[in-house]
Design a binder for this molecule. Structure first.
Ligand SMILES: [Zn+2]
Length: 142
C-alpha cells in the first residue's frame, strides 16, 4: 500500500488516499476514476512532497547542532580568556607551581594554569591541592 496526498485543482481540497501501488494510482488516474471527495472533480493530482521537506528538516537540524557547538566553543573561549587574564601561565611547570602555591601560603599569585600529566593530577589531588581540569581549545583550531 502506498499513501498519496492528492490535491483537487477545482476546490484546492487536499486529501490522503491509499493505493495498492504507484501503478494503480496511474491506472485509476488514466481511467478517470480519481475524484475529489468534496466537489467530485476529476482534476485530482498528487502533490509533490516528502523528500524536500525531509532534507530541509535535516539541514535545520544540522544548523542547530552547529550553532550549539559554536555556543559551547564561545563559552569555552570566554572561559579561556578569563583564565589568561587572571591566572599565570606556567606551562609544563604546573605541578611544581601548584604545589608551591599550596604549601607557601604567602606566595603572591592568584593562581596558575598549565599542563600536567595524569600522574601529576593524581598526585596533586592526593595531596589535597585544589585543581580544576578544563577542556582547552587551541586557537589554531579555528
Ligand atoms: Zn474538489
Amino acid at each position: 500500500m502506498i499513501k498519496y496526498k492528492l490535491i483537487c485543482n477545482e476546490c484546492k481540497n487536499i486529501f490522503d488516499s491509499w493505493f495498492a501501488s504507484s501503478k494503480e494510482y496511474e491506472k485509476l488516474k488514466k481511467k478517470r476514476l480519481l475524484a475529489c471527495h468534496i466537489c467530485n472533480s476529476q482534476k485530482v493530482e498528487k502533490t509533490i512532497m516528502a523528500p524536500q521537506l525531509i532534507s530541509i528538516k535535516k539541514k535545520t537540524k544540522d544548523h542547530i547542532n552547529k550553532t550549539k557547538i559554536d555556543n559551547v566553543k564561545k563559552i569555552m573561549k570566554d572561559y579561556q580568556k578569563f583564565i589568561k587574564n587572571n591566572l599565570e601561565f606556567v606551562g609544563e611547570n604546573f605541578a611544581y607551581e601548584a604545589r608551591s602555591i599550596h604549601y607557601n601560603k604567602n606566595k603572591q599569585t592568584k593562581g596558575v594554569y598549565g599542563k600536567a600529566s595524569k600522574q601529576d593530577l593524581k598526585e596533586l589531588k592526593e595531596e589535597g591541592i585544589d585543581i580544576q581540569m578544563i577542556p582547552w581549545i587551541d586557537d589554531k583550531d579555528n
